[in-house]
Ligand binder design. Structure first.
Ligand SMILES: *Cc1c(COP(=O)(O)O)cnc(C)c1O
Length: 351
């Protein structure tokens, strides 16, 4: 059985702090760009020349180092299909291995299983730093793909470029390392400086989180052109629809909107840390737009009681190392304040 991606429910109109979405909505310029689309724009197959050029310029890389995709989930999927598909035939059974340090984003396991790869999970270390030694020990001649999320989801913990480089340098020749930078905007960390020297490194970005385009679906893979040559044949030719392409151009151009939102996230993270200090709860410093905190045995009760007030956060208790933990999206400050006031009330009330 291939597990399905989990889609937690939230009632409409509630405070959605469970999926790390942009709680302010996208830039108004994105909506204006969508309104400007003509009937012909919709009727014709999309042309990506401008959006590709502008995305590459935004990232500071040559245009042939970027592949636009229908959200980073698709980037994870096409990369897995490209290098970790089970093509075992005849007498040389070598099942491709995919290494994932835990706790991790669901999609890596879902896609690995879907393409018949063997999922190799590496257990977390205290503090949730990248388990470099565990990763190095898990590498075999059959390793085809390693996923590193920087900063990680659900912990928010940042990963050093050195650690990424150490793993990249230890991989067998055919293997790739996908650095998932879904939350890059909220800390600035990036492995992009590695992609010219390490031809086995691919950086994945999404415009769902910082830029608020989760429902439009837009992301990209960034790597050396010779590396992307292995991926391009798998990407559907019109993967990005015309609305996403137009919306992405508008979102990238609105840099002040992103800067404003990043500042909101930064303040919201601080508010969550302060509450944890006040209540004596463990939490982890986050480079992302969420914070993981340990509320203990009452994690599911807390999540349910908040949901009863239409405030949605995510129970992460079942993830390795995350016993008793919940994850709260840190977005617009006013939203964070509402959530934290309710959380404090629930935690301080008698169970
Ligand atoms: C949200 C998220 C994604 C998915 O991005 P989409 O562009 O919405 O598909 C990928 N990786 C991680 C770690 C995420 O948290």
């Amino acid at each position: 059985m291939i597990g399905e991606y989990e889609r937690p429910a939230a009632s409409p109109g509630g405070l959605r702090l469970h999926l790390n979405e942009n709680t302010a909505g996208c830039s108004p310029r994105v909506l204006a760009a969508l309104q400007e689309l003509t009937g012909e724009d919709i009727a014709f197959y999309p042309d990506y020349a401008e959006v590709e050029r502008e995305t590459a310029a935004y990232l500071g890389v040559p245009r042939d180092h970027v592949v636009l995709i229908n959200g980073l989930d698709e980037g994870i999927f096409v990369t897995t299909v490209a290098v970790a598909r089970d093509t075992v035939t005849g007498h040389s059974p070598v099942r491709p291995e995919v290494i994932v340090p835990l706790p991790a984003f669901d999609m890596y396991g879902v896609t690995t299983r879907a393409v018949g790869g063997l999922l190799v999970e590496v257990m977390p270390e205290p503090g949730f730093g990248l388990p470099v030694n565990g990763l190095l020990a898990a590498i075999t001649p059959r390793t085809r793909l390693v996923f590193i999320t920087s900063p990680n989801n659900p912990t928010g913990v940042r990963v050093s470029l050195d650690d990424i480089d150490r793993v990249a340098s230890a991989l067998p020749p055919e293997a790739l390392l996908l650095v998932d930078e879904a939350y890059h905007d909220f800390c600035g960390d990036t492995a992009l400086p590695l992609i010219s020297s390490r031809r086995n490194v691919i950086v994945g970005r999404t415009f769902a989180k910082g830029h608020g385009l989760a429902a439009l679906r837009a992301g990209c893979l960034v790597a050396h052109s010779s590396t992307l040559a292995r991926i391009r044949p798998i990407v559907p030719p019109y993967s990005l629809n015309v609305c996403a392409a137009a919306g992405l151009r508008a979102a990238l151009a609105d840099r002040s909107r992103l800067a404003w939102y990043v500042a909101q996230v930064d303040r919201s993270r601080t508010l969550i840390y302060e509450l944890c200090v006040r209540l004596g709860l463990t939490c982890w410093r986050s480079g992302a737009n969420f914070v993981l905190l340990r509320v203990g045995d009452r994690a599911s009760e807390v999540v349910e009681r908040l949901a009863a007030r239409s405030i949605f956060i995510r129970n992460r208790s079942s993830e390795p190392g995350c016993e008793g933990c919940v994850r709260i999206t840190a977005g617009v400050v006013e939203h964070t304040e509402r959530c934290l006031a309710a959380l404090e009330e629930i935690l301080c009330a008698e169970p």
